[in-house]
Design a protein around this ligand. Structure first.
Ligand code: NAD
Length: 250
């Protein structure tokens, strides 16, 4: 079991890994031996860059890379750089994601498109430009969401992007199987991160009553599922969705 989760010699890219679940995933992969690329999105105050550098500083040989996953050209250039630096890629985790909740009645086209652009087109861009550098036996894990299955209120853009990611996962699984590259999705429920801390307390409490395991998920709960899918233990699993939600959706 310990050998199965040894990622020594593997190169891993986790998008949106300056904080939250992404930081948890990249840190776990790095501690288990992977050479990691910590990706952040530039912001005016430079907060994401500083956070990404903190994450990378704990991981031997890690690189910090600015890239907006919604920008196909930036993604293409960064993948070429990874090829130059690491010789190729073994693990791609499409984690970058945003929320802009509003009812359909009030949602602007801009709000609809910007969420689709990051959550769905971003993953497409990364998969497309990773293909030329992914080595045989590689792994792709896409972060979907329970909302992609349930269609949560006020999340037309977010839920559609996360449902789309499940379809993208299955198509990519079929298309990359010949190279023994597996493609799977992890669909978290309600996880304790910045993203969910911004929700009103009453909404959080309402969710809690619907989670059979009786608690909000921790980042480590999601990290464990991703590590499993990236490991040789999951070599015969592809095109699947693992739900990490305390039973909220089953
Ligand atoms: P988070 O907001 O803490 O992290 C998202 C990261 O994506 C941030 O670091 C952000 O800077 C980055 N990002 C945003 N736009 C980007 C872009 N264009 N290019 C590159 N990076 C970009 O959120 P989180 O809770 O850690 O969520 C991580 C993933 O898990 C997301 O895809 C989210 O939809 C999914 N998820 C989270 C929950 C939850 O309860 N927290 C539940 C289900 C799914």
């Amino acid at each position: 079991m310990n050998d199965a989760v040894d990622f020594s010699g593997k190169a891993a890219l986790v998008t949106g890994s300056s904080g939250g679940i992404g930081a948890g995933i990249v840190t776990a992969l790095g501690r288990l031996g992977a050479r990691c690329v910590v990706n952040y999105l530039e912001d005016a105050e430079g907060r994401n860059q500083a956070a990404a550098e903190r994450v990378a500083s704990a991981l031997p040989g890690a690189r910090v890379v600015q890239c907006d996953v919604g920008d196909a050209e930036q993604v293409r250039v960064r993948m070429e750089q990874i090829k130059t630096d690491f010789g190729g890629l073994d693990i791609l985790v499409n984690n970058a994601g945003i929320l802009q909740d509003r009812t359909i009645r009030k949602m602007t086209l801009k709000e609809w498109e910007s969420v689709l652009r990051v959550n769905l087109t971003g993953a497409f861009n990364c998969i497309q430009h990773a293909i030329p550098i992914l080595r045989s036996g590689g792994r792709i894990v896409n972060l979907s969401s329970v909302s992609g299955q349930l269609g949560l209120f006020g999340q037309a853009n977010y839920a559609s992007s996360k449902a789309g990611l499940i379809a993208l996962t299955k198509v990519a699984a079929r298309e990359l199987a010949k190279q023994q590259i597996t493609v799977n999705a992890v669909a978290p429920g309600f996880i304790d991160t910045e993203m969910t801390r911004s929700m009103p307390e009453a909404v959080t409490q309402q969710f809690l009553t619907q989670i059979p395991l009786g608690r909000i998920g921790q980042v480590e709960d999601v990290v464990s599922a991703v590590l499993f899918l990236c490991s040789p233990l999951a070599r015969y699993i592809t095109g699947q969705v693992i739900h990490v939600n305390g039973g909220f959706y089953m």
